[in-house]
Design a protein around this ligand. Structure first.
Ligand code: MLT
Ligand code: ZN
Length: 449
């Protein structure tokens, strides 16, 4: 194994192959603190040639290669187990924007914020937005097919992709970076690599669509009694407003944690059982229309409305959830999809299950209501209760949902993939994996066990 580090040092230079534990430690634990591992070294390539060299060395020595972006993943997909090479994409930078085509070509290590800062100079932005925007890399968002808070209007990361450059597990460099809006000339590598969680290739660059930055936005934070009521409001809002771009929900437990951590006062009196956040974006938002809509809807208990820069103050209650939850423990993050009509029953089922069988576990349930994406975050799960995750995933399957809406399978859910994907389905995925990564060096233990 010392040979592997030596070979990497010969190719990359001594300083680029990091073994100092003071530096490597931050690459070995995931953002939640739940997944920890060990690695021979961390490498930080600056171009795709170096990535190709790293893949060659990993193949020759049968060493696992784990790709990591901003280390903001929530299912352990970028965390090594032991003995591998962590390849950080953080120095694969560079952004090139074509304003005619509204296309950005960028290195995989560019963060979402960096992309948006550059795009804003020409009045554009990336359509997908996630709360970890400061650290999350666009390459990582592609690898996990990140969904985020605007999926209801623009789709997820896959829908924004126009090209990819990747080094496959077999060492071949595939470059499809023309950034064409239309290209039906065979298999689409962008789609294949998107959501593959580092198991087929190392993504080195991507080409993505950009959209206009709207002139205005209006956000409403709404107190509601039930999730069914929240869904009724969402249905009416979708009928009423063509430019609805976010519909998020929160529950009292999560709002309480945010309040405790940030000592901020909830703007609507007592904390309600549930809260809904809706956002409209466009060049001509009529705030009055939103106010009238909220006043007339019988499921609205109370609401606060804010526009443009002030809207951040209302988003605060939703965006602080992840940080607040992590502050109060190491969560099990069960990010699931449920057909929207079943969300209310699903949440009630999970709450009753916990009350009856796992009284010490605290659930914080929130998510992207418009996409049917429910984030079930569990705190105080002891080792003796590990089967709880499985029980909830089995319930998700029985509701016709998916065990991963937007975070991926990672290491956290490998044992549960069979709940929602058939043996033929998984076998075909394995066939693809073996064809593109024959020595199985890329992210072993992620997606498949
Ligand atoms: C979110 O929607 O805030 C993210 O998916 C993160 C999370 O689940 O904590
Ligand atoms: Zn989310």
């Amino acid at each position: 194994m010392a040979d592997v580090v030596e070979a990497l040092r010969r190719s990359f230079g001594v300083g680029s192959v990091v073994t100092d534990p003071d530096i490597t430690s931050r690459y070995l634990t995931d953002w939640t603190g739940r997944f920890k591992g060990e690695a021979l070294c961390v490498i930080r390539p600056v171009n795709s040639w170096q990535v190709q060299r790293a893949v060659e060395i990993a193949n020759a020595s049968h060493t696992p290669l784990i790709t990591q972006g901003g280390n903001t993943g929530l299912v352990g997909g970028g965390t090594p187990v032991r003995g591998g090479i962590v390849l950080s994409t953080q120095f694969l930078k560079g952004i090139d924007i074509d304003v005619n085509s509204r296309v950005a070509k960028l290195g995989a290590g560019v963060t979402l914020s960096e992309l948006n800062t550059k795009a804003k100079e020409v009045g554009l932005r990336f359509a997908v937005d996630i709360t970890s925007r400061e650290s999350a890399t666009v390459g990582g968002m592609v690898a996990t097919n990140a969904g985020g808070i605007h999926l209801i209007r623009y789709g997820g990361t896959r829908q924004q992709l126009l090209g990819i450059e990747t080094v496959l597990g077999n060492g071949q460099l595939i470059a499809r970076m023309e950034g064409l809006h239309k290209d039906n000339s065979g298999y689409d590598w962008s789609s294949i690599l998107c959501g593959s969680e580092g198991t087929l290739g190392v993504i080195t660059a991507v080409a993505v669509k950009l959209i206009s930055v709207p002139l205005h936005r209006s956000v409403a934070l709404i107190a509601v009694d039930t999730l069914s009521g929240a869904i009724r409001i969402m249905r009416a809002a979708r009928r009423e407003f063509a430019n609805l771009d976010a519909v998020e929900f929160m529950s009292r437990n999560g709002l309480e944690l945010v309040q405790r951590l940030r000592t901020e006062k909830w703007p609507l009196g007592e904390l309600p059982p549930y809260a809904l956040l809706i956002e409209l974006e466009g060049d001509d938002i009529e705030v009055e229309d939103v106010a009238v809509f909220l006043e007339s809807h019988e499921d609205v208990l109370d609401a606060a409305l804010a526009s443009d820069a002030r809207a951040d103050g209302l988003w605060f209650w939703r965006e602080q959830h992840t940080v607040a939850i992590n502050h109060f423990g190491v969560p099990h993050k069960l990010d699931v999809s449920i057909p929207i009509g079943g969300i209310d029953s699903f949440v009630r089922y999970v709450s009753e299950l916990l009350e009856l069988e796992y009284p010490n576990v605290r659930a914080v349930i929130f998510g992207h209501l418009g996409d049917g994406n429910v984030h079930v975050n569990l705190l105080n799960v002891e080792e003796s209760n590990e089967e709880l995750d499985h029980e909830i995933f089995a319930t998700v399957a029985s509701f016709g949902g998916s065990i991963s809406a937007e975070h991926g399978i990672g290491r956290a859910k490998v044992d549960d993939l069979t709940l929602t994907r058939s043996p033929q389905d998984i076998e075909s995925m394995r066939t693809l994996k073996k064809a593109l990564d024959p020595a199985l060096i890329l992210n072993p233990g992620v997606l498949f066990n």
